[in-house]
Design a protein around this ligand. Structure first.
Ligand SMILES: *Cc1c(COP(=O)(O)O)cnc(C)c1O
Length: 394
């Protein structure tokens, strides 16, 4: 079979089956195995002095990490990809790549909450100032927030918990005009449904913990860069040398092979459940980018190739005890953080306490659902009983 890099003309799905594989270097075995190691031996003094060979030391990568990096770069349309031990570490590496003391960064108000925490604590300590902005603010109004020392924009689409879909092409155009580095947390769509670098994004982040793993059994982050930012990303990454373990890289690469298939199913399941919620009398609003109710739905329809299984549901006003009765009795929906696994999850949330450029509005309790691979009819029956408990306690 052809080795990696001969995929011109193939569709994305086909390239995802072929990317990052080098069977001839692995005795013909289909998958690159788990390489464990710190030391790489050089055969001669001259080889050591010249650092010949693809690998030189554990922190500089192994055939296992290279396979996932190459596969991810191919899917993302990126020049390079680095792997980190969590999604949050990927965000930290990207922000440290794009900023220096004295800089100013524009950050979407709807970013993942720990991203905000990193900006307000670590970036602040290193002398980087931050301004939050409304993800739905027109680019012309965002322009007014750009200062002479502004260097980067931290974006997320759709927003965490609240699912606003910003006008990414307009924001990227503004960033280009003012020479700002654009960082996009693309975890929800993954590069399967939003090709970040084709859109002009400089650094794209994926929490591989979510759909890439798909099984709630590992933590992983990926940062991909276009040609302009590849060297600087790699240099920042090399300075930190924070690496995921080889078993997790192997499992993430295994997840990569079925990512397209699993996301298409997540889309189907997610839409079926979102539409079902929308028809429920207990539900005030469903925030799902593929439904017209969602702020920025038009942006989603224009820029994204699909939707996934994570969305929010705003209930009509109900006491906390009634929501607890609803959630505590669920048999198929686990209550816990993270998402994108094969099993369905739910968490209650409230953004009111930590948004600063926007005001979070929900008259009633808000729930975020991650729809897994269970049968939709069983999930609906479970929630039907849940809603009965909610009504009984109202
Ligand atoms: C979960 C998540 C992260 C962080 O990933 P971890 O691996 O849990 O650190 C980053 N961004 C988004 C949008 C997430 O949902």
């Amino acid at each position: 079979m052809a080795e990696q890099g001969n995929g011109q003309g193939w569709t994305q799905r086909t390239r995802m089956a072929a990317a990052g594989r080098r069977p001839r270097e692995q005795f013909g075995y289909v998958n690159t195995p788990i390489y464990r190691g710190s030391t790489v031996l050089f055969p001669t003094y001259a080889d050591l002095a010249a650092r010949t060979g693809r690998f030189s030391y554990g922190t500089a990568g192994t055939p296992t990490t290279q396979a996932l990096e190459e596969a991810w770069s191919e899917l993302s349309g990126a020049e390079t990809t680095v792997l980190t031990p969590s999604g949050l570490a990927a965000i930290a590496v990207a922000l440290m790549t794009a900023t220096a003391a004295g800089d100013h960064v524009l950050v979407m108000d709807s970013v993942y909450r720990p991203t905000r925490q990193f900006c307000d604590t670590m970036l602040a300590r290193f002398g980087v100032a931050v301004t939050y902005f409304d993800p739905m603010l027109p680019a012309d109004e965002v322009r007014a927030l750009v200062r002479p020392e502004t260097r980067a924009m931290m974006l997320e689409a759709p927003g965490s918990q609240s699912f606003e879909v910003p006008d990414l092409p307009a924001i990227v155009a503004l960033a280009r005009e003012r020479d700002l580095c654009t960082i996009l947390d693309n975890t929800w769509a993954t590069p399967v449904f939003l090709a970040p670098h084709a859109l002009g994004i400089d650094l794209a982040i994926e929490a591989g913990t979510k759909y890439l793993s798909g099984h709630s059994d590992l933590l992983m982050g990926l940062v991909s860069a276009n040609a302009a930012w590849a060297k600087r990303l790699r240099a920042t990454f090399d300075s930190f040398a924070i690496l995921p373990g080889p078993e997790d890289v192997f499992l993430a690469l295994r997840g990569f092979r079925t990512l397209d298939l699993r996301l298409r199913e997540a889309e189907r399941q997610g839409l079926a459940m979102a539409r079902w919620f929308k028809a429920r009398p207990e539900v005030a609003r469903v925030l799902h980018p593929a439904l017209p109710d969602c702020p920025g739905h038009g942006n989603w329809a224009r820029d994204f190739r699909g939707s996934t299984g994570l969305f929010s549901v705003l209930l009509h006003p109900a006491p906390v005890a009634a929501v607890a009765a609803m959630l505590d009795g669920l048999r198929l929906f686990g209550m816990g953080y993270s998402w994108g696994g094969y099993e369905s999850l739910v968490i209650p949330f409230d953004c009111a306490g930590y948004r600063s450029a926007t005001r979070w509005r929900s008259d009633g309790p808000a729930l975020r659902f991650s729809i897994g691979l269970e049968d939709v009819a069983d999930l609906q029956a479970d929630l039907d009983s849940g809603f009965a408990r909610l009504r009984a306690a109202c």
